[in-house]
Design a protein around this ligand. Structure first.
Ligand SMILES: Cc1cc2nc3c(=O)[nH]c(=O)nc-3n(C[C@H](O)[C@H](O)[C@H](O)COP(=O)(O)O)c2cc1C
Length: 345
């Protein structure tokens, strides 16, 4: 299917302070998902996108001296990359930020001011900072002054429906020296419930002079086009859409740039890619931990296929690549595909 959207609308780079990124489609930070292996898969299809790490706890790094933690790992293909930090104390954030910039050379540093999880907000981090904009200003401005890479901020509409301060918060970020803001169009109270307030993207865009990235319930090309053309935002950030579909980011980027919509992957193609993901993840983490961490990904790869629910339990119990191959062969048989999974064993 070909779209009528002029390809050139999306073909210009985005400028994040001094950093130029040749794509308006970005990968959202997702704890437990956007690790170095997942990012390397996303990168295969999205060579130009800004891809974000998982949230990194500044306290964890600085107080617990976790400088060798795998969460900081970076692959040679990890460029352009944003490292995302959560923090509440300026000194700790600065130490973590400076250390990461020195060791990892990221393209941008993102500050998490949207995380709704109690463990984080209870520590006055993540979205709790939206209730303390003066303190958030101190954190952002301190990092923006001290580090050599552009600082960006990701936040929500506000704490709850009665305190939606995203416009003022975005203006505060800009005044503090942030070079881009990303709005997840839900309040903290909404968690991940359906009902993103996309109109807020336009409001925020009109309120600030730095790039605004739209995030929340953008699942494919149509929504990406709709959000960018309706609200005039500078880019889109995709999270859950990429779970079990690491190619989606690149598909959206390509479709926006060329006007040609992507071709859906077949079931065998998806399963081969899922198996490859599992093999790479086990190489990285070892089979025991690797398999445990892969199970959720495997169930995401088969989402939406007829009969998928029947195989979900089996996939959450796999403990080797061979287990995965056997379940995948069953899935293919059920779908009427006679050939076994075309992978080397
Ligand atoms: C499993 C999971 C982990 C997440 N971890 C983070 C995180 O570490 N940092 C962050 O800023 N947002 C995090 N988010 C929020 C996403 O970045 C994104 O804002 C949210 O999922 C909405 O986008 P989507 O509708 O495209 O998924 C997480 C979301 C999910 C589902």
């Amino acid at each position: 299917m070909t779209s009528n959207t002029p390809a050139n609308t999306y073909n210009t780079p985005i400028q994040i302070g001094p950093v130029t990124v040749n794509s308006r489609v970005m990968l959202a930070p997702m704890a437990g998902v956007t690790d170095v292996v997942f990012r390397s898969l996303v990168r295969q299809w999205a060579p130009e996108s800004l891809i974000c790490t998982e949230m990194i706890s500044s306290n964890g790094i600085v107080y617990s001296k976790q400088w060798g933690n795998r969460i900081l790992d970076k692959a040679p293909t990890d460029h352009p990359i944003a490292y995302q930090l959560a923090a509440n104390r300026k000194e700790v954030l600065l130490e973590a930020a400076l250390g990461i910039v020195k060791d990892k050379n990221p393209d941008t540093l993102d500050l998490n001011m949207g995380c709704p999880v109690k463990k984080i907000t209870g520590n006055f981090e993540g979205c709790a900072l939206m209730k303390e904009p003066d303190h958030a200003y101190e954190l952002i401005s301190a990092v923006a002054k001290e580090v050599d890479v552009p600082v960006t901020v990701k936040f929500r509409l506000g704490w709850d429906a009665n305190s939606m301060n995203y416009k003022e918060f975005g203006q505060m970020c800009e005044a503090a020296g942030a070079k881009m803001v990303t709005l997840h169009a839900r309040t903290r109270a909404q968690g991940y419930k359906p009902g993103c307030l996309w109109d807020a993207f336009g409001e925020l865009k009109r309120a600030v002079n730095i790039p605004v990235i739209a995030n929340g319930d953008i699942w494919g090309v149509e929504e990406a086009r709709q959000v960018m053309s309706t609200y005039g935002v500078d880019g889109v950030m995709i999270g859950r859409g990429c779970q079990g579909e690491p190619w989606l980011l690149g598909d959206i980027d390509e479709a926006l740039k060329t006007g040609v919509d992507p071709v859906e992957k077949s079931l065998p193609e998806r399963l081969v890619l899922a198996y490859d993901h599992a093999a790479r993840h086990c190489d990285y983490r070892g089979t025991d931990v690797g398999m445990r961490e892969m199970r959720k990904h495997l169930t995401w790869y088969i989402k939406g296929f007829p009969g998928a629910s029947g195989f979900r339990n089996q996939l959450t119990a796999v403990s080797s690549l061979e287990d995965i191959r056997l379940v995948f062969d069953e899935i293919l048989k059920t779908a009427g595909v006679d050939e076994p999974l075309p992978v080397a064993v």
